[in-house]
Design a protein around this ligand. Structure first.
Ligand code: IDP
Ligand code: MG
Length: 140
């Protein structure tokens, strides 16, 4: 039997998702997948906070625009916990580009562009640890 791996991963409802009032629908999708909410908070990200979060992308051409976008309105940051939580959240979110995202995923349903794609999800166990503690340093 494969051992059960309980993970905690970070999801963000980005400013486009917040403006479209999708918070409830997004939470419902994660809950229906069996994941459990471990932390949630609304933030108005400062430029510095957004830049630190996306620092792996700082040399990419889209970085300035991404920071503009992420600071354009409130976000809702959540930690979700459960078996295989990292992959589950990324599956529910769908591919980065909404046009390439599988039908029924959050990005396919509501995303408008490769940048304005409604949600974030951590991409691995290293990044999830960094990202969860970046927003929820006291979570255990
Ligand atoms: P991910 O969110 O699916 O993990 P990443 O490649 O890590 O995708 O990119 C982080 C975020 O940067 C994306 O979710 C999206 O908002 C934005 N982004 C990624 N690639 C592009 C691009 O080519 N043009 C504009 N924005 C992009
Ligand atoms: Mg990523």
């Amino acid at each position: 039997m494969t051992p059960i791996r309980i993970e905690t991963t970070l999801s963000i409802v980005k400013p486009d998702g917040f403006k479209k009032r999708l918070i409830g629908k997004i939470i419902q999708k994660y809950e229906e997948s069996g994941l459990t909410l471990a932390a949630i908070q609304r933030f108005d990200l400062t430029r510095a906070k957004a830049e630190g979060f996306y620092s792996v992308h700082k040399e990419r051409p889209f970085f300035p625009s991404l920071i503009e976008f992420m600071t354009s309105g409130p976000v809702v940051v959540m930690a979700w916990r459960g078996e295989g939580a990292i992959d589950k959240v990324r599956e529910i979110n769908g591919a980065t580009d909404p046009k390439k995202a599988a039908p029924g995923t959050i990005r396919a349903l509501w995303g408008e562009s490769i940048q304005n794609n409604i949600v974030h999800g951590s991409d691995g166990s290293g990044t999830s640890k960094f990202e969860v503690s970046y927003f929820f340093p006291d979570l255990r």
